[in-house]
Design a protein around this ligand. Structure first.
Ligand code: TYM
Length: 331
């Protein structure tokens, strides 16, 4: 089992990232050979200030380690430190079809109304994402639901490449998506939108850096409805905000939604919200404490990232060379 996954080093780590991906990465470290990276080459597909990006890479590395990623168990690196990623992406871009990329819903969402003005990099980044995982023959890619389509594209590219080159070079990876709310944590203000770092209002998300008071305030102000909670998950249908909050509680406590509802059936959000805020604070406050310490030691973070990149470069080299040879390039 080879686990590979990445996160863009833009801004802060939020609860969606944590429940959808990072805390599941942490659990997989003991079961598999894991590589986790900061997708800084993805971060430049949209305008970003260079000094901000440089700072974000360290900040995100510190946030991952604070959340439990252990650089002694897993290989942690920035993908711009491993040139094999963009090199393989070029080769795979000659296998991927325009039609496949045209179907990517995330490009449509991120490019908005003005597609002509979006960067070519934003359009082709799913190919780089395919290279990110195929380079290491990933078998499992733990991601939130929003990345499923990209991992399925990586499967299609792997299968097409193998077929055309008459090789078994690439392993077709499986998206590994958490159950319940972990797959898709929604905005605290709108149950139809996912929690994201790009939403303009900070009240829509819980950040790893939020202090206890702010977490409490955000949960108190989270959108809900006046109904009492039911005793089973099916009866939450049509109540997107309620479903999201109960789902978050279930994901934090690693219990089913029905088990959480058994404690709160017939009660309203006046009872539920303080309990949810408590659960969030207990989970996040030790992580935040570690982040505050780790982010101070820039030299140590750089050392960890350098060491991870050296390991990743060694692992990536044979696959890249084989891909060059398979298409007839000198290597
Ligand atoms: P990114 O940086 O947007 O998100 C990192 C991880 O967090 C998950 N996630 C969520 N999960 C549940 N609910 C949410 N509201 C939520 N928001 C974010 C994402 O699904 C992801 O798992 N393209 C990727 C980064 C990437 C990558 C890769 C991932 C680059 N190469 C190769 C896997 C494999 C991205 O932009 O994730």
């Amino acid at each position: 089992m080879r686990v590979v996954s990445g996160i863009q080093p833009t801004g802060n780590l939020h609860l969606g990232n944590l429940l959808g991906a990072i805390l599941r990465w942490v659990r997989m470290q003991d079961e598999a050979d894991c590589l986790f990276f900061l997708a800084d080459l993805h971060a430049i597909t949209v305008p970003i200030d260079p000094s901000e990006l440089r700072a974000n890479v360290r900040e995100m590395a510190a946030a991952l380690i604070a959340s439990g990623i252990d650089p002694n168990k897993s290989t942690l690196f920035a993908h711009s430190d491993v040139p094999a990623h963009p090199e393989l992406a070029w080769i795979l871009g000659c296998t991927a079809k325009m039609g496949w990329l045209n179907r990517m819903t995330q490009f449509k969402a991120k490019s908005g109304k003005n597609k002509e003005n979006a960067s070519v990099g934003l359009f082709t980044y799913p190919v780089l994402q395919a290279a990110d995982v195929l380079l290491y023959n990933a078998t499992h890619v733990p991601v939130g639901d929003d990345q499923k389509q990209h991992i399925e594209l990586a499967r299609d590219i792997a299968e097409a490449f193998n077929h055309h080159s008459g090789t078994e070079l690439f392993t077709a990876p499986l998206p590994y998506i958490g159950g319940g709310a972990a797959a898709r944590v929604m905005s605290l203000r709108n149950g139809a939108e996912k929690m994201s770092k790009s939403a303009t209002s900070d009240m829509t998300r819980i950040n790893l850096t939020d202090d206890d008071d702010l977490i409490l305030q955000k949960i108190r102000k989270a959108k809900t409805d006046p109904e009492a909670l039911p005793d089973n998950e099916a009866d939450l249908e049509g109540r997107a905000e309620a479903k999201n909050l109960v789902g978050i509680m279930a994901a934090i406590q690693d219990r089913s939604v029905d088990a959480v509802l058994a404690d709160y059936a017939g009660k309203g959000f006046g009872d539920f919200k303080p309990a949810l805020a408590d659960a969030l604070i207990s989970m996040l406050s030790p992580l935040r404490g570690r982040l505050m310490e780790l982010r101070e030691d820039k030299a140590e973070l750089d050392r960890i990232l350098d060491e991870g990149a050296a390991k990743a470069r060694t692992l990536a080299q044979p696959t890249l060379a084989a891909a060059y040879r398979a298409v007839g390039l000198r290597r």
